[in-house]
Design a binder for this molecule. Structure first.
Ligand code: 4AD
Ligand code: MG
Length: 430
């Protein structure tokens, strides 16, 4: 018989089927053995009646422990008590590999589960997260392809800093020293002169020394860059894309969101437009509603972002941060010269910044000045400055942290669970 997935079997609901997968739970009695089998799609209870099998088969079955791989044939019956509503009454089976005693049992510490991540990724929780993650990446890609953008691959090894020297990872490169990319941006800015509208989904690296539930050393960023674009349209593109991602996750991952304990109706209420406030208005809100006085010019920290987001149940776009504290490429806003033409998108419920983006400075002298201030050698950026020498145009782009969005949509306590094998300062195995 041809094997079908457990999901398909559950949909069929009756008749004879063959399925295969791994033992998720097992218990036995003198007369019966109950095995909950899982595959990548779902779980189903399978029941084996002792009298239907010979002594040797029964012993094999009896000894099969959690995570043993199995093929099972049988008939489907509706059963309200079974975990997914149906039961497979087994007529024959094959233990493909009898697993050793599985090291993961109930109530284990997060650190242990991280040590044993190569096995823990089989858990229903992490499998659900990985499915949502797939949708998030897929939806970002779909959104920009539909809007006429081309997928474009940046280099990962780079001689430059995009987001400041402090978080660069050095790589020995033959006799030279290079860095792992922090963002595709500088290369994307070169490529828009050929393709105008581009996007990528790529790993990024930052040597984050702080231990937070929001920072990884290796994370994935979904980025877009467009020629002829200004801040307003950039922020609009970002909010439309995030709304599309949520719509697709709600549509395709209802089952996973339920496993993760996420409230779908809450996500459905997140529609565009998202509120837009300036950095200055954010400080006023903190002062008025939270009695916190932040002096103008200081960056918003995690706790302040969270206090701001207490007052919103949708993502918020915060624009016009102080120019002084922004990356070198963020231009001054002529209408408000102390601020930059940039925005961050903050997620509700304490998930913090999910997007950072800006218009790009096209004034070559301003760029040089800002690079110098960051302690960079101008010569190293000469290739980048060429983009401002030959047909420079206004342009803009943003980067969305995949794990930040996944953590938020999956209601995770820690960003580490939003990526299969997390890397932080203290965690780099397996
Ligand atoms: O705000 P960031 O630093 O912006 C840039 O890198 C721009 N060059 C992007 C662009 O304009 N193309 O990072 C963008 C997003 C953040 O909002 C956050 O979601 C995520 O990337 N991010 C991280 N996620 C996990 N761990 C880290 N250490 C992260 N650093 C940034
Ligand atoms: Mg940022």
């Amino acid at each position: 018989m041809a094997f079908i997935s457990i999901q398909d079997a559950l949909q069929r609901g009756s008749g004879k089927v063959a399925i295969r997968g791994w033992i998720y739970r097992e218990r036995g009695s003198n007369e019966f053995k109950f095995i909950v089998l899982r595959d990548s799609t779902d779980i189903i209870q399978c029941v084996f009646k002792k009298e239907q099998f010979d002594a040797q088969q029964w012993e094999e079955l009896d000894k099969a422990l959690i995570e043993s791989s199995m093929e099972i044939e049988g008939t489907l019956h509706e059963d309200k008590r079974a975990p997914t509503g149906y039961e497979l009454r087994a007529t024959s089976f094959n233990v493909v590999q009898r697993a050793e005693k599985y090291p993961i049992t109930k109530d284990q510490s997060p650190e242990f589960l991280l040590d044993i991540r190569h096995l823990w990724i089989r858990s229903r929780k992490l499998a659900a997260v990985m499915k949502v993650r797939h949708t998030v990446m897929q939806a970002f890609r779909e959104f920009y392809v539909k809007n006429g953008y081309l997928e474009w691959a940046p280099p990962i090894l780079t001689p430059n800093a995009c987001e400041g020297g402090a978080t660069l990872f050095e790589v020995k490169y033959y006799k030279e020293k290079l860095y792992l990319t922090q963002s595709w941006q500088l290369y994307a800015e070169a490529a828009i002169f050929a393709l105008e509208k581009i996007f990528c989904i790529s790993p990024c690296f930052r040597a984050e020394r702080s231990k937070t539930s929001r920072h990884l050393s290796e994370f994935w960023m979904a980025e877009m860059e467009s020629a002829w674009m200004k801040l307003d349209d950039l922020a609009k593109s970002a909010e439309e894309c995030v709304a599309y991602i949520i719509e697709q996750v709600v549509k395709r991952n209802a089952k996973e969101l339920e496993i993760l304990g996420q409230d779908i109706s809450k996500l459905k209420k997140i529609t565009i437009p998202f509120p837009r406030i300036t950095y200055t208005e954010a400080l006023e809100l903190l002062k008025k509603k939270e009695k916190i006085d932040i002096s103008w010019g200081k960056d918003l920290r995690t706790i302040e972002e969270d206090l701001i987001m207490k007052h919103f149940d949708k993502p918020v776009i915060v624009t016009n941060y102080p120019k002084e504290i922004m990356a070198f490429y963020k231009p001054q806003d002529p209408k408000n010269p102390k601020t930059a033409l940039c925005f961050d998108m903050l997620a509700p419920e304490g998930y913090g910044e999910i997007i950072g983006g800006s218009q790009r400075d096209i004034d070559i002298e301003e760029l040089k000045k800002a690079l110098k201030k960051e302690g960079e050698k101008i010569e190293k950026y000469d290739w980048y400055l060429d983009t401002r020498r030959y047909g420079s145009v206004p342009h803009a782009g943003y980067g969305l942290g995949i794990e930040r969005v996944v953590a938020w949509l999956c209601k995770l306590d820690n960003i580490k669970d939003a990526i299969p094998f997390p890397r932080t300062m203290l965690r780099f195995r397996p």
